[in-house]
Design a protein around this ligand. Structure first.
Ligand code: SF4
Length: 338
């Protein structure tokens, strides 16, 4: 038997897939889909300072069901008032242990959210903005991997350690630790996972996509100091499944390595913007257009079918039936994970 081949998409398949994904992207009702996506909340703010703070809370809490975490997130942001950035800076200087008392969501309690606010404020007071601090860490890590080729590998190689250091600085911010003396660090560690571990860190990579790409109809472009070519795809179950259908990877684990391999395939479609199609791929799954259980009715109308090895055909003689409706309250967060 021939050995099973792993690795990114071939150049010829990439050439065939790129126009198909671009067509799906053009046909997507982005404005409508934003309502199902946690980026909806940071998009309500006009100033980059507030976008980066609201975005971090939205990404950190984007695990589980959106209809459960979004009301909690709304409550947290409402308590922060008109400017989450100003709130966090003031909170870092004078933390209040009783803050966010009404918040409750799965693995997290009010003290975790208060600690996150204090940590964000602390980093902003020290470095001017979260984006400035992340960009500085990224540049340091890039300098450390000089000599690695090609250049995009240098950037990709710098992103993960920069992210691990960024998360550690937030987790270890003195005002945050002071708020967690009774609660302990686990809740905050769940909100700010460690990118040096094996997990795909979906929520971190989602946050980076929002901050670094754009501004456009989806992403915010609040961090111009970080190149979008360095981004890694936010790997959730929708993206992982459709990526396998499209031969972007053959890996089945939800790890950083799989996210990198999918990104490497997508880089062959657009080297400067490898996560350009992440929103499209994810919302194909979330909307039910490409359902979890392959459905001939969906594949028949799918614009990716020519490049998809997961497509199923209607059995001869079977009657046409409509595509299934989208699953209720489905979001990319349904896949949870880091
Ligand atoms: S052809 Fe079918 S399985 Fe493939 S992406 Fe489209 S809907 Fe999904």
């Amino acid at each position: 038997m021939a050995p099973r081949r792993y690795g990114p998409l071939s150049a010829s398949r990439a050439r065939a897939l790129a126009p198909l994904l671009a067509r799906v992207e053009r046909g997507l009702d982005t404005a409508a889909r934003i309502g199902f996506d946690p980026v909806e909340l940071p998009r309500r703010y006009g100033a980059p300072a507030d976008q980066e703070v609201a975005g971090l809370f939205a990404a950190a809490l984007a695990y589980g069901r959106a209809d459960l975490f979004k009301p909690q997130l709304e409550r947290v942001l409402a308590e922060m008032g008109a400017s989450p950035a100003r709130f966090c800076e003031a909170f870092a200087r004078a933390p209040r242990p009783g803050a966010f008392a009404d918040f409750r969501y799965r693995f997290n309690q009010p003290a975790d959210v208060a600690a996150l606010a204090a940590a964000v404020g602390h980093v902003r007071v020290l470095h001017g903005s979260l984006g400035d601090r992340f960009a500085a860490l990224f540049r340091e890590e890039q300098a450390a991997v000089v000599g690695t080729r090609p250049p995009h590998a240098r950037q990709g190689g710098a992103l993960r350690p920069a992210l691990a250091r960024f998360a550690r600085e937030l987790r270890e911010a003195p005002p945050a630790r002071a708020l967690l003396t009774r609660r302990g660090p686990r809740g905050l560690a769940h909100l700010l996972p460690d990118a040096s571990l094996a997990g795909a860190c979906k929520r971190w990579n989602l946050y980076l996509r929002w901050m670094v790409r754009g501004p456009d109809a989806v992403d915010l472009g609040a961090w111009p100091g970080v190149p979008r070519s360095a981004l890694v795809v936010p790997l959730d179950t929708h993206v992982a499944r459709i990526a396998r259908h499209l031969r972007l990877t053959r890996r089945t684990d939800m790890t950083w390595r799989t996210a990198e391999e999918i990104t490497e395939s997508l880089r062959r479609l657009d080297p400067e913007d490898p996560v350009r199609f992440d929103f499209v791929l994810c919302h194909l799954g979330m909307s039910g257009a490409c359902p979890l259980r392959s459905d001939p009715a969906c594949c028949e109308v799918c614009q990716l079918s020519a490049a998809c090895r997961g497509r199923v055909r209607r059995a001869a003689g079977s009657r046409r039936r409509p595509a299934p409706p989208p699953p209720a309250a489905a979001t990319r967060a349904d896949s949870s994970g880091g």
